[in-house]
Ligand binder design. Structure first.
Ligand SMILES: Cc1ncc(COP(=O)(O)O)c(C=O)c1O
Length: 434
């Protein structure tokens, strides 16, 4: 196999995600043969630094020996068994560990982030229905939110490029102002702006709570919105408002969970417990598809009944897949054994220092939360996103800007010299393009 042959065959046979396939007439696919640490290698000896952790999933590098060993050991034992009517050791261990970490005692599994969102939305609606609150059929989310692409998840997503075409198929939902601190007025602090947005949330919920089942939110960073970051006080206020008006709070930690924001889960920074927490992406260290929706005893008990229909009858064939659970257990073990959150603090501080070399470039809103960095490039070039992506690839760097926002979400195993090249190459690219 070589690069050219794989590209030709891929364009014939594979419909690639989130892509206008015609663009590949001019923008080549990137063929990947193997991975090692932060690097992805093609067939012809070229390598790319994976600064986006392969769509935010990879935590401890490609070809990680510990996760690989755990999956291999599980493969010799049991690859999969359906989870309805059956159970197995990895799923029980993982559920116990996730419950201990989140304080939410019940784990419902699926394979992708969007499915975890669907489950949270359906469970919330069904909970209220079981309690005879039949009118609670609506959901609220933030402006510019992203919760996945299936119809339920897309209904609470607010990205017009992904949503508008499918509008006739979607459930109505309401969006409230995003506490993204870039939207604060001149002289207004991130905290003051977050409090102002929380007031808008309260006005909406006070008016419509009888019809609202849940408020769904990406805690601390709205990643797909262009790494929009906000003050944790918004989460505290959201928790209070949801409690006051009997509305569930769904924390979508699919992108920000597992250390991305500096704590294991972003909600910890606001010291709040959501009613539902959705996890995926980093849960298996980026190895296998797995997602989970966690919820409280109180919500679980509302389904526990003699009536089958009052139970949560949702399912997916691969729910709680044993191989994926074993990868997740290995991932959690690495967090503990290597004191990852502490080590990441030092890495983040190193990269923040290094980013000072961007001073003087036409960028604004340089921001950082945990192991996520972003800045906005001041350019009127409508093609910036694509040109930046291509210029980075030419230099052996995988960047995937969102509009004019360039961001880094590297695997946690990134080394000092790798962080140096990440920033140096990015500076060269911005200099070249703007
Ligand atoms: C916050 C958030 N929720 C949900 C999803 C959807 O996850 P998946 O792509 O695995 O369906 C994503 C994906 O980027 C996400 O960032």
């Amino acid at each position: 196999m070589n690069n050219d042959e794989l590209l030709r065959r891929s364009l014939q046979a594979v419909w690639h995600p989130c892509t206008q396939m015609k663009n590949h007439e001019t923008l080549p696919l990137v063929p990947i043969q193997s991975g090692e640490g932060v690097w992805l290698h093609d067939f012809d000896g070229k390598r790319y630094l994976d600064a986006v952790s392969s769509w935010w999933v990879n935590l401890f590098g490609h070809n990680n020996p510990r996760i690989k060993t755990a999956i291999k050991a599980q493969l010799d034992q049991l690859e999969h068994v359906m989870l309805a009517g059956f159970t197995h050791e990895p799923v029980v261990q993982l559920s116990e560990q996730l419950s201990a970490l989140t304080g939410l005692g019940h784990c419902f599994y699926a394979s992708d982030g969007a499915s975890a969102t669907e489950i949270a939305l359906k469970m919330s609606f069904h909970y209220w229905r079981n309690l005879d609150y039949e009118d609670k059929t609506q959901f609220v989310s933030l402006q510019h939110s992203y919760h996945g692409e299936t119809l339920g998840a897309l209904s609470v997503t607010d990205v017009s490029l992904f949503k508008d075409t499918y509008a006739p198929l979607l459930h109505q939902s309401a969006q409230v102002p995003s506490p993204d601190w870039r939207l604060a007025e001149a002289g207004e602090s991130a905290e003051a702006y977050a409090l102002r947005c929380a007031e808008a949330l309260e006005v909406h919920i006070a008016l419509h709570h009888q019809n609202i089942a849940a408020f769904i939110i990406e805690p601390l960073v709205q990643c797909a919105a262009g790494m929009a970051m906000y003050h944790p006080v918004y989460l505290q206020k959201a928790r209070e408002i949801c409690d006051q008006y009997q509305v569930h709070l769904i924390a979508d930690e699919i992108a920000v969970g597992f250390g991305r924001t500096g704590t294991m889960f972003a909600c910890e920074q606001a010291d709040i417990k959501p009613d539902f927490m959705c996890l995926s992406k980093g849960i298996t260290g980026g190895y296998l598809p797995l997602s989970v929706t966690l919820t409280s005893d109180e919500i679980y008990q509302a389904f526990y009944d003699d009536s089958v229909a009052r139970g949560f009858l949702h399912s997916h064939s691969y729910t709680g897949n044993a191989l994926a659970c074993s990868a997740a257990l290995a991932t959690l073990a690495i967090f503990e054994q290597d004191n990852v959150l502490k080590a990441n603090l030092a890495k983040a501080s190193y990269l923040n220092d290094k980013l000072k070399m961007l001073e003087g470039l036409p960028i604004q809103h340089l921001r950082n939360t945990g192991m996520i960095w972003a800045f906005d490039v001041q350019t009127s070039d409508a093609q910036f996103q694509q040109r930046c992506y291509q210029a980075a690839l030419q230099r052996g760097l995988l960047l995937r800007p969102i509009g004019n926002t360039v961001y880094f979400m590297p695997p946690y195993v990134i080394s000092g010299p790798e962080m140096d090249s990440l920033v140096e190459l990015t500076a060269q690219i911005i200099n070249e393009l703007v």
